[in-house]
Design a protein around this ligand. Structure first.
Ligand code: PRP
Ligand code: XAN
Ligand code: MG
Length: 160
């Protein structure tokens, strides 16, 4: 799917904060965690919010990259993993899309609890806990990737 065929779902800092706190409420009802494993880079900000809410100070990272600038998934590139099987650990990422990242991380840490803020249908079965589902043809724009700018009124956009 090309970038222009996708629906856009821009997320503000306030919305991200509120939804990450909703995830924290969900997670505190599930159990105690040894610590958080943030999936870089998208999981870093949500992990910081969750860590603050759940009073967790032990935070590790799985460092990886897969998407290119044109929103197409590429080869998964693992830069840093973590040891063990993930037992008692909470994995935080911003979203699951195709589920490829989640599948890769779950194979590495099969006993960890995998949580995201957003989930698209293809990735949803791979997440233990998430808050908001968006359709598969939607691209989520996180606050760290966007800035406010002028947009045409809807009526004008429809005419062009
Ligand atoms: O379910 P998937 O299709 O695997 O997509 C989800 C992953 O893609 C994004 O990360 P990306 O690799 O783009 O890097 P980033 O976190 O640095 O933005 C996002 O943060 C998830 O980690
Ligand atoms: O910022 C992002 N928004 C998305 O919808 C997405 N899907 C995979 N990777 C993504 N990154
Ligand atoms: Mg990521």
């Amino acid at each position: 799917m090309s970038v222009s065929q996708q629906k856009h779902f821009p997320v503000s800092w306030e919305e991200l904060h509120r939804t990450a706190k909703a995830l924290a409420w969900r997670l505190i009802g599930i159990g105690e965690w040894k610590g958080i494993i943030a999936i870089t880079r998208g999981g870093l900000v949500p992990a910081a919010i969750i860590a603050r809410e759940l009073d967790i100070r032990l935070i590790d990272t799985v460092c990886m990259a897969s998407y290119s600038d044109d929103h197409r998934p590429g080869e998964i590139n693992l830069l840093k993993g973590v040891g063990g099987d993930g037992d008692g650990w909470l994995i935080i990422d911003d979203l699951v899309d195709t589920g490829r990242t989640a599948k890769y991380v779950r194979e590495m840490l099969p006993k960890a609890h995998f949580a995201t803020i957003y989930a698209k249908p293809a990735g949803r079965p791979l997440v233990d806990t998430f808050i908001t589902e968006v359709s598969q043809d939607t691209w989520i724009y996180f606050p760290w990737d966007i800035e406010p700018q002028f947009v045409q009124p809807i009526a004008k956009m429809k005419r062009s």
